[in-house]
Write a protein that binds this ligand. Structure first.
Ligand code: ADP
Ligand code: MG
Length: 319
C-alpha cells in the first residue's frame, strides 16, 4: 500500500460502488481482504480471461460511463462464451484520474446490471490514480476437456456466426460524427447500443459445448478473428459474403464489406461445426452459416454465385 494506491477515500469508494453482499455460495471471501477465496466446483476446469480498456483508445473519453461499465464486463464474458465456459467471478483493476462520484456510480451500475444477468460476483480488484484505464478479469468453469478452442476446425466443417456483423463498426462512425448519410435517431441509437452495450453470447457458447469443433469471439473483426481459428487449426476457409448476417439498419446503408468484416467490436461468436454434428446445434442459437473450412490456408471470399470477391481488410490492429 502507498499514497498512490490507497487512501481512506479510495476504501470508501470501493465500499460505496463495488462492494455488495455475495450472491454466490462459492465465494468464501469476496472484496475486503488481501485475496478473494473462491471454491471451484469439484472436477471443473477454471477458464480465466483479462481485458484492458484504455480511455481514448478502446472507448471515447466522453462515453456514457454506464455503457463503459457494461462493456468492461461484456468483453470478458464474450471470451468465456467463446470457450464454452460458464461465468462465475470477476476482479476489476481501475485506474482513475480523479474521484468522480457520478461517473463511478453510473460505471458500477452498468457493470452490475450485466453481472446480475449472468450471476457474476465481483470478488476483488485494485484502485489507483492515473490516466483512465480499466482491466477486468473474468473467471468461469468448463467440464474437463470440453472447452471450445480455436484449434479444432477441420476441412468440411461449416462456419457460423451468431447475430449480425458490422453494426458496432458503423456505430463508432455515428459516435464520431463521420457517417456521411443522415439516419433516423432510432437507427443511430441502435448502432450505438451495438457498440456500447454488446450482449455477450454466453448461452450460445454453453450450448455449443461438445458440438462446435472450434470457436472465437469477434472483437477485432471477422477477417482477423476467423484468421486466428484458421491459423490455430492449420486450415483455410471460403466465405460467402452475401450470406453474412446484417441488421436491417445496416442493410439500409451502403456499408463496404471491409467495414463489416474488418471493423471489429461485434462480440458475436464465430464457430465451426463438423457435418455430422449439424443436427445437434440448438435451435435457440441465433446463427447463420457463412462458409466452409478448406484445407488450403487463407480466406477466399465469394458472392452468392460463387464468384471470387477481393477484400482489403486486416481487422483492428492493436500495434
Ligand atoms: P491490497 O492493498 O491488500 O491489495 P487494496 O487496499 O488494494 O488491498 O483493496 C482492498 C480490498 O478491496 C481488496 O479486497 C480488493 O480486492 C478490493 N478492491 C480494490 N479495488 C477494487 C475495485 N476497483 N473493485 C473491486 N474490488 C476492489
Ligand atoms: Mg494486501
Amino acid at each position: 500500500m502507498n499514497a498512490q494506491t490507497a487512501s481512506s477515500l479510495e476504501f470508501a469508494l470501493i465500499a460505496r460502488h463495488f462492494t455488495r453482499p455475495s450472491q454466490r455460495v462459492d465465494v468464501v471471501q469476496g472484496i475486503g481482504d488481501d485475496c478473494a477465496l473462491l471454491r471451484v466446483p469439484s472436477g471443473m476446469e477454471l477458464a480465466i480471461t483479462i481485458d484492458t480498456l484504455v480511455g481514448g483508445v478502446h472507448f471515447l473519453l466522453d462515453s456514457d460511463p454506464y455503457g463503459i461499465g457494461w462493456k468492461t464486463l461484456a468483453v470478458s464474458l464474450s471470451d468465456l462464451a467463446a470457450m464454452g465456459a460458464e461465468p462465475a467471478w470477476a476482479t476489476l483493476a481501475l485506474t482513475l484520474p480523479d474521484v468522480n462520484e457520478p461517473w463511478l456510480q453510473a460505471f458500477s451500475s452498468g457493470l452490475f446490471e450485466l453481472a446480475d444477468q449472468y450471476n457474476v460476483a465481483l470478488v476483488g480488484g485494485n484502485t489507483s490514480r492515473g490516466p483512465l484505464s480499466i482491466a477486468l478479469q473474468a473467471h468461469g468453469f468448463t467440464p474437463p476437456g470440453q472447452a471450445i478452442r480455436r484449434a479444432g476446425a477441420e476441412p468440411g466443417d461449416l462456419i457460423y456466426v451468431t447475430g449480425t456483423l458490422g453494426d458496432a463498426a458503423v456505430g463508432l462512425d455515428v459516435r464520431l460524427g463521420r457517417l456521411d448519410v443522415p439516419i433516423p435517431p432510432e437507427e443511430a441509437a441502435y448502432l450505438c447500443a451495438r457498440l456500447e452495450r454488446p450482449e455477450p453470447r454466453v448461452a450460445a457458447g454453453l450450448a455449443l459445448r461438445g458440438i462446435a469443433s472450434s470457436a472465437i469471439d469477434l472483437s477485432d473483426g471477422l477477417v482477423a478473428d476467423l484468421g486466428h481459428i484458421l491459423k490455430a487449426s492449420q486450415v483455410g476457409a471460403v466465405i460467402n459474403l452475401d450470406s453474412i448476417p446484417r441488421s436491417t439498419v445496416l442493410r439500409g446503408l451502403s456499408v463496404p464489406w471491409e467495414k463489416i468484416v474488418g471493423g471489429g467490436d461485434d462480440y458475436e461468436l464465430c464457430f465451426t461445426v463438423p457435418p455430422d454434428r449439424q443436427a445437434l446445434i440448438s435451435p435457440t442459437i441465433n446463427k447463420t452459416p457463412i462458409g466452409v473450412i478448406q484445407s488450403e490456408p487463407g480466406i477466399r471470399w465469394c458472392d452468392a454465385k460463387g464468384h471470387a470477391v477481393r477484400i482489403e481488410a486486416t481487422g483492428f490492429r492493436h500495434f
